[in-house]
Write a protein that binds this ligand. Structure first.
Ligand SMILES: [Cu+2]
Length: 196
């Protein structure tokens, strides 16, 4: 009994990280240095590597002029510094992205669809890709994990981008959850042993 419970707990601990096939990236959108730049927002990018999907959620408000385009740039030369990247996702903008000074967006894309990305990003080999769609997806994921991808909302007043934010990998809750489950099972095992 004790051995099987310990094995089960160990298996659950080992399974925790392996179950994390979804990566969540978040950011706070803040005004750029553009003269008219104002507004705020947030964005969450959820990538399910098993289903090969990318969910893009964004909320923003307070822009000085209507949004003209929004997309993710990747991959900057240095983490957190806007330089060296190109548009990685659909150009010129995420399909159906709001064009007002405020809005909300929530669309899920297929990573198996070339239209999800800028064709110039797919053919690019500078960021670690090999010119193919799968290579671009891998390069995009590496760029996201390295803090080298940012979501940018361009506007009429600030064509270079009025609000933007670098995406950062959010902590994965699963391992802690499974750790607690394992501790609980170890506790059951101890109780069983005491009774015996
Ligand atoms: Cu842009």
């Amino acid at each position: 009994m004790r051995t099987s419970l310990s094995l089960l707990a160990g298996a659950l601990l080992a399974a925790g990280p392996a179950l994390a096939h979804t990566d969540i990236y978040t950011t706070t959108l803040h005004p750029t240095s553009g003269t008219f730049a104002s507004g705020s927002g947030s964005a969450t990018i959820t990538i399910d590597w098993d289903d090969a999907t990318m969910r893009v959620q964004a909320d923003f408000a307070g822009l000085s002029s209507p949004a003209t385009a929004a997309h993710i740039h990747c991959c900057t030369t240095n983490p957190g510094i806007v330089s060296g990247a190109i548009v990685a996702t659909t150009t010129p903008t995420f399909p159906g992205f709001p064009t007002g000074t405020s809005g909300s967006y929530d669309v899920t894309f297929s990573l198996d669809n070339a239209a999800t990305f800028n064709s110039a990003f797919i053919s690019n080999t500078v960021f670690g890709g090999n010119g193919s769609l799968p290579g671009a997806v891998t390069a995009f994921g590496i760029g996201l994990n390295a803090g080298k991808a940012y979501l940018n909302i361009h506007t009429a007043n600030v064509p270079s981008g009025e609000i933007q934010g670098f995406l950062a990998l959010a902590p994965v809750p699963e391992p802690a959850t499974y750790g607690l489950m394992a501790l609980g099972l170890l506790g059951v095992g101890a109780a069983v042993r005491r009774r015996a």
